[in-house]
Design a protein around this ligand. Structure first.
Ligand SMILES: Cc1ncc(COP(=O)(O)O)c(C=O)c1O
Length: 374
């Protein structure tokens, strides 16, 4: 018997973790600058987070959405407190599922089928989510029936040409691309896109699965662009490792019973995990901290004169070396015991630590990178 092995894995077995430290089965310590794809938002084993989950587990872990769950209402309010205008929360369990629900909802509300997405996008691996992911190698024949167009960032003219057909249910955008390699649109392009959506009746979906919950130095990344999306999808950092996800739907859209649904989404433990994450983000001022540590990173990289350009924002940041980085990442992992991330752009190293990371740890990472670049 064996696993159905679809992952390229490192021969490392992690058995415990605390803060940004990971400990393997031999007792060796690794530092986590990656958070398992940007999931660990408030650090491994944060005492407030673990206590909140323990307490909830002692009361009740799960019941389905056949009953009211006040924790969902509380979470809706706590997320809304970070937004400029009111949204309604619908919960599910993964990022792909959040995007799947966002696009399905846009299709219901507009009664249209097409989706406009962007070059180098990544939105997940399920049906419509993978179809709007610009990576044909992960499309199965089953996924190719969706009507999707991919446009590069900044090409507002093509966006207008397509959207003016009034056939597009939605435009889905990562305002800082994750897997794609940390590219961002200009503020002018993002705002122009929103105007086109409004003019031609398409819904704007902000994919905040990776960039949400404070990671870019704003609660959601789209806020840095002054956007007002119709739907926001979120997951990853929302639960600090507990599988919790959701969409925020602008107040003007009225829910219709049965149009979306889920068994696991919004269960007690999931809500408690997300509420604990928000408590920690607020109590420890982690959004401002992420913004400040971006500047620490920028300064350290510039002082180290690394042969790379900085990409991204807040603590969703990275280095583009204009040459492949696989060897560098291997050295960081096996020689220095530092986990960093890759990207579909082989030249980009992604750095996605917990938002609780300190200045010293940022400087340590940059000095290790410098050592290997010498
Ligand atoms: C921007 C973005 N959207 C969606 C997803 C899919 O999330 P999940 O793996 O939880 O389905 C990812 C995962 O990396 C992502 O980065």
């Amino acid at each position: 018997m064996s696993l159905y092995q679809v992952y390229a894995q490192y021969p490392i077995t992690i058995v415990s973790a605390n803060g940004m430290q990971l400990v393997d089965d031999k007792g060796d310590i690794y530092l986590d600058y990656y958070g398992g794809h940007a999931v660990i938002s408030v650090g491994h084993g944060h005492p407030h987070y673990t206590q909140a989950l323990h307490d909830q587990l002692d009361r009740i872990a799960f019941y389905s959405n056949v009953i009211e769950n006040p924790l969902q209402v509380e979470l809706d309010q706590r997320i809304n407190a970070h937004l400029e205008e009111p949204y309604q929360l619908f919960m599910c369990s993964t990022g792909a599922e959040a995007n799947e629900n966002a696009m399905k909802l846009a299709s219901f509300k507009t009664q249209r089928k097409k989706i406009l997405a962007f070059k180098n996008s990544f939105h997940g691996r399920t049906s419509a989510a993978v179809a709007v992911t610009d990576s044909p190698k992960i499309w199965a024949p089953l996924n190719t029936g969706h009507e999707v167009d991919f446009v590069p960032f900044e090409d507002l003219e093509t966006c207008e040409q397509l959207l003016s057909s009034r056939a597009y249910a939605a435009v889905i955008i990562e305002t800082v691309q994750g897997v794609g390699g940390l590219d961002q649109p200009s503020v002018e392009f993002a705002k122009g896109l929103q105007q086109l959506c409004e003019a031609h009746g398409s819904m704007l979906i902000a994919d905040e699965v990776q960039s949400g919950f404070g990671r870019t130095g704003a609660f959601f990344s789209y806020q840095r662009f002054g956007l007002s999306p119709d739907i926001i999808s979120m997951a990853k950092g929302m639960g600090n490792g507990f599988p919790v996800a959701g969409i925020m739907v602008k107040q003007q859209y009225q829910a219709v019973q049965g149009e979306l649904g889920t068994t696991f989404g919004g269960n007690f433990l999931a809500c408690r995990a997300a509420l604990a994450v928000i408590d920690i983000i607020e109590n420890e001022n982690l959004i401002a901290h992420a913004k400040r540590l971006e500047q620490v990173f920028r300064k350290a990289v510039s002082e180290a004169s690394l042969p790379a350009t900085i990409k991204g924002a807040g603590l969703m940041i990275g280095l583009d070396f204009k040459a492949p980085t696989a060897e560098l990442r291997k050295k960081l992992l096996f020689e220095d015991h530092l986990f960093v991330g890759s990207s579909s752009n082989p030249n980009v190293v992604r750095i996605l630590p917990a938002l609780t990371i300190d200045e010293e740890a940022i400087i340590h990472l940059v000095s290790c990178i410098k050592k290997h670049c010498a």
